[in-house]
Design a protein. Structure first.
Length: 264
C-alpha cells in the first residue's frame, strides 16, 4: 500500500474493512448471497428475510446459522415471489423478494435537539468506521436518545437489516429513533417504517421517493445533520419542545454559499 503526498508515492499501511458472503437459504433452497461484514449473522439473516416479508414473528419460523459455511438457514411457511424487474439500491444485487405491508407510524413528539444527539452517539459507537473509513453504520435509539442497538457493515441496507433482526431477537418494540450514515433511499425509508422508527436522521441526503413515502406514513426525515443545523424533509411537526410545538419560520432565501459550505 502507498500514500501519494507531495508528488511522491510513500509506502504505508491502512486497515481495511472485512468483507465476506453470507449464504441465505430458505426451505433448503439458496435464496441469495449477501456481501457483508462478518459478525451478527443471525441478526442480518433474520432482519433481511423479515424485511422481505418471509415472516412476521419469530415463532412462525425455525432458523440456524452454520459458521463454518457462513450459511443462514430459515424454514418458513410462506415464500414471497421475487419482484420481477425491480433492482433496488441495495449492495447485494438489489433484488427484492417481497414487501411487508407498511402501516402509519404513531404520533410521538421528539425534542428538536434529538437529531444532533443521535448522530453524535452513532459516530461515537462507529469504531470500525474510525479505523477503516470504509463501512456504513446505523443505530436504533429510544426517543430520549438512549442507544439500543448499533451495527456497522459494508452495506448500508445490511446495517438496517441487522437492526431489525436484533430487535426481533431482543423483543424490542417502538417507537424508535434511527440514525444512519448513508443516503436515505426509498428502501431505507421502508425499513425504518417497518422498524417503527418515527424519526430517521442521516448525515447525508434523502431521495425524493424516500421523502414521499415518509410523508405518507408519518416518518420524520432529518438529513445533512451538522453541528447546529439540519434539514427536515418530512413531518417537521413532530419536533417539539417540552413547552409546546415549535413555530415554523416563514420561508426565506438562504445564503446559498454559506449553507452549502456548512453542509459539506
Amino acid at each position: 500500500m502507498y500514500r501519494y503526498q507531495k508528488g511522491e508515492l510513500v509506502p504505508a499501511e491502512f486497515p481495511l474493512p472485512p468483507e465476506d458472503e453470507l449464504e441465505v437459504v430458505v426451505n433448503d433452497r439458496v435464496l441469495v448471497r449477501l456481501a457483508y461484514t462478518p459478525g451478527a449473522e443471525a441478526a442480518l439473516g433474520l432482519g433481511y428475510l423479515w424485511n422481505q416479508g418471509f415472516f412476521d414473528r419469530l415463532d412462525e419460523v425455525a432458523w440456524a446459522y452454520d459458521p463454518a459455511r457462513r450459511r443462514f438457514c430459515l424454514q418458513a411457511s410462506r415464500v414471497p415471489e421475487a419482484e420481477v424487474g425491480l433492482r433496488s439500491s441495495a449492495c447485494a444485487s438489489g433484488l427484492s423478494y417481497g414487501r411487508r405491508p407498511l402501516r402509519p407510524l404513531p404520533e410521538a413528539a421528539v425534542d428538536p435537539e434529538l437529531p444532533f444527539l443521535l448522530l453524535r452517539r452513532l459516530q461515537q459507537a462507529a469504531r470500525l468506521y474510525r479505523r477503516t473509513r470504509g463501512v456504513h453504520a446505523a443505530a436504533l435509539f429510544d426517543l430520549a436518545g438512549n442507544l439500543l442497538l448499533h451495527f456497522e457493515d459494508v452495506g448500508r441496507h445490511n446495517a438496517l437489516d441487522r437492526l431489525a433482526g436484533a430487535a426481533l431477537l431482543e423483543g424490542l418494540n417502538g417507537p424508535f429513533a434511527l440514525a444512519a450514515t448513508g443516503r436515505f433511499s426509498r428502501e431505507m425509508a421502508e425499513k425504518a417504517i417497518h422498524l417503527g422508527a418515527v424519526v430517521a436522521a442521516t448525515r447525508t441526503g434523502a431521495t425524493d421517493r424516500a421523502v414521499r413515502l415518509a410523508r405518507a406514513f408519518g416518518l420524520t426525515v432529518v438529513a445533512y445533520v451538522r453541528p447546529g443545523s439540519y434539514r427536515v424533509y418530512a413531518h417537521p411537526e413532530r419536533l417539539s419542545r417540552s413547552s409546546g410545538r415549535l413555530t415554523l419560520a416563514k420561508t426565506r432565501s438562504p445564503n446559498r454559499s454559506r449553507t452549502e459550505a456548512q453542509e459539506r
